[in-house]
Design a protein around this ligand. Structure first.
Ligand SMILES: [Zn+2]
Length: 210
C-alpha cells in the first residue's frame, strides 16, 4: 500500500528510515547555542529509546523549508524546538499523517521518548486503518472473471480462488492483476474459483501493481 497526499509521501513509522526529524528553530547565535544543546540532548534520549531520529542541522535554510522538505520525504513525525519551547520545557510534535494544526501537539521534554513511541504507534495504526478503508471502498466482489477484469481496471477485486498457483498465474497474464493478499477474515463457506470454476474455500484480493 502506498501512502501519500498532496505534500508527498507518508511513510509508516515501522518502515521509515527516519521516524522523527528534529528541527531546531532560532534567530541568533545565543538562541542557536541553547536550542542546539537541548536538541542534541533530546536526540540522544530518543535514539537510546530506539527511535530512528534525524537532527536537521543544515545552515542557511529556514525551518519552513526544512518542514516542507521532510514532509515531502514522508518522515512520520517532526519535532520543533525553539526558544519559547525551551522556556516551557516542552517541544512541538507534528504528525505527517495529519497536516496542519490538527496534527500538532505540545509535549513535555520530560518523558519525551515514551510519548514519541506512543505517537509513532498511533500513526502506524492510523495509516493501516486508512489503507484498509481505502481498499474496502475500492474493492468489488467479483464472482465472474469478467467482473474481476473490469474491477482491476480501477481498483481491487475480491474473488474466490481454488488455491492453484496456475489460476493465479493465468489471471496475472491476462489481466496484469496479481493476488495482493488472502484476507485473514474469510467469509467462510465455499465458492467457485473465479478462473477455473473449481470449488474454492478462500477468497483473494486481486489488483494491478503500479
Ligand atoms: Zn482455479
Amino acid at each position: 500500500m502506498v501512502h501519500g497526499d498532496d505534500q508527498g509521501l507518508i511513510l509508516p513509522p515501522r518502515l521509515a528510515p527516519h521516524q522523527l526529524v528534529l528541527v531546531p528553530i532560532f534567530k541568533n547565535d545565543e538562541e542557536r547555542t541553547a536550542v542546539l544543546a537541548a536538541a542534541l540532548k533530546l536526540r540522544s534520549e530518543l535514539a537510546d529509546a530506539g527511535t530512528r531520529v534525524k537532527l536537521d542541522e543544515r545552515e542557511g535554510v529556514s525551518p519552513g523549508f526544512k518542514f516542507n522538505d521532510w514532509e515531502m520525504r514522508g518522515v512520520p513525525l517532526r519535532l520543533e524546538i525553539g526558544p519559547k519551547d525551551l522556556a516551557k520545557g516542552s517541544v512541538v510534535l507534528a504528525r505527517r499523517d495529519r497536516p496542519g494544526r490538527e496534527g500538532k501537539s505540545f509535549v513535555s521534554q520530560q518523558g519525551l521518548p515514551a510519548a514519541v513511541a506512543k505517537l509513532l504507534e498511533e500513526i502506524q495504526q492510523s495509516l493501516f486503518d486508512r489503507a484498509l478503508e481505502f481498499r474496502k471502498a475500492h474493492t468489488v466482489d467479483a464472482g465472474y472473471y469478467d467482473e474481476l477484469k473490469s474491477a482491476v481496471e480501477t481498483g481491487f477485486a475480491s474473488s474466490w480462488w481454488c488455491g492453484d498457483a496456475g489460476c493465479e498465474e493465468k489471471i496475472k497474464e491476462e489481466t496484469k492483476a496479481t493476488m495482493r493478499c488472502i484476507p485473514l477474515e474469510q467469509p467462510g463457506g465455499t465458492g467457485k474459483c473465479v478462473y477455473c470454476g473449481k470449488p474454492a474455500t478462500e477468497k483473494g484480493i486481486f489488483a494491478r501493481a503500479y
